[in-house]
Design a binder for this molecule. Sequence first.
Ligand code: F0G
Length: 351
Amino acid sequence: GPGWPGVVEAYRDRVAVPDGAEVVSLREGNTPLVFAPHLSELTGCRVHVKVEGANPTGSFKDRGMTVAMTHAKAAGMQAVICASTGNTSASAAAYAARAGMGSAVLVPQGKIAMGKLAQAVVHGARILQVRGSFDDCLELARKTAANYPVTLVNSVNPARLAGQKTAAFEICDTLGSAPDVHCLPVGNAGNITAYWTGYSEYLADGRTDRAPAMFGFQAAGAAPLVSGEPVSEPETVATAIRVGSPASWDGAVAARTNSGGLFSAVTDERILEAYRLLASREGIFVEPASAASIAGLLATSAEGRLPVGSDVVCTVTGHGLKDPDTALADMVEVQPLPVDPEAVATALELT
Ligand code: F0G
C-alpha cells in the first residue's frame, strides 16, 4: 500500500523476520524529529526531540512489538504475555488484536497511568493486576512463558530490541549522521541497548561517521544503574520507568561505556518541570517518564557535562495523553461562565 510501510518493511535488510512471515504492523515508526529552539538556547546545543508518542499506540514500544508479534504469529502462537508499567501492555494488546491473537498483561496494581490501562482494556487484553512491582510482574511473565504456550513479548525477547533499534536508523537518515549525544529515559534498559545497537550497526556500515555518547537518565527513586545496585522498592511519578532491576542491565552498561556516555538520576521535581517546559515552550506533550530525558539534558548542561555546540537528540518515549491525571493534578476549579461574550472578555482580561 502507499505511504510509510512500518519499520519491518522499511528496514527489511536490518530487521530479520521469518521467511514468508505475514508482517503484523500498524505502520509504526517514521516519527517526527523536531528541532527544539528553546532547549537549544538553554543548552547552547542543537537539540532535536524524537517524538515517539507519534507511534500508533503512543509509545516507542510499537517498533519492537511489530517484530515480536510477527515472529510469534509465524510460529503459530495463539497468545502473548508481558509484564508492563503500561506502554508495553498497550502495544502488546493492540498488536495482538491486529494479529488475531490473545494477549495477557501483568501490571503492578495501581501504578499504571490511566490512558495505558484504557488501551489494554479496549484492545481486549486479559489484564492481571499484581500486588507487586514491575520487577515482580516480569518474573511472573517469564515463568508463565517458560511453562505454557504463550510468547513473552517484553524486551528480553530479542525481536523487540531488533525493532527498537530502527529509531537510531531514522535519526541518522534524517540528520545525515548520528548526533554527538543521545539522551533517553531508562527503565528496564531495553531501549538504550537497542539504540546503541542501531547506531553501532550504522557506524560499522558507514551510514554515519560517528556514534553518539549515550546519556541514560533514571528517576532518582528508581535509579539502579546510577547506584550500581538493584532498588527493591522503586518509586517515582514517572511510573513508566518505575523499575528496580532492569532486565537489560548489561546492555545498558555496555552502551554507556562503549559510547563514552553516562547514567544520571533526575528527581521527580525536575522531571515535572521538564514535562511542563516541553509542553509550554516547545509544544510537545509527553508523559512524565519521557521528560526524564529533557530533565537530564538540562541537568548535564548545567553541570558542564554536555559540551556546548553539541548535536543532541532526546528521545521522548510516550505521549502525554497516556497520563492525564498527572497533567491535571494542579488544575484549579473555576466557575463556568454564562453564555455571554462580555463574560468571556472579562475572564480573559481583555477589557
Ligand atoms: N519511557 C516510557 C514511556 C516507557 O514506557 C519506558 C518503559 C521507558 C521510557 C524506558 O524504556 O524500559 O527500555 O529502558 N516501559 C516499560 C513498559 C517498562 O512496561 O511499558 P526501557
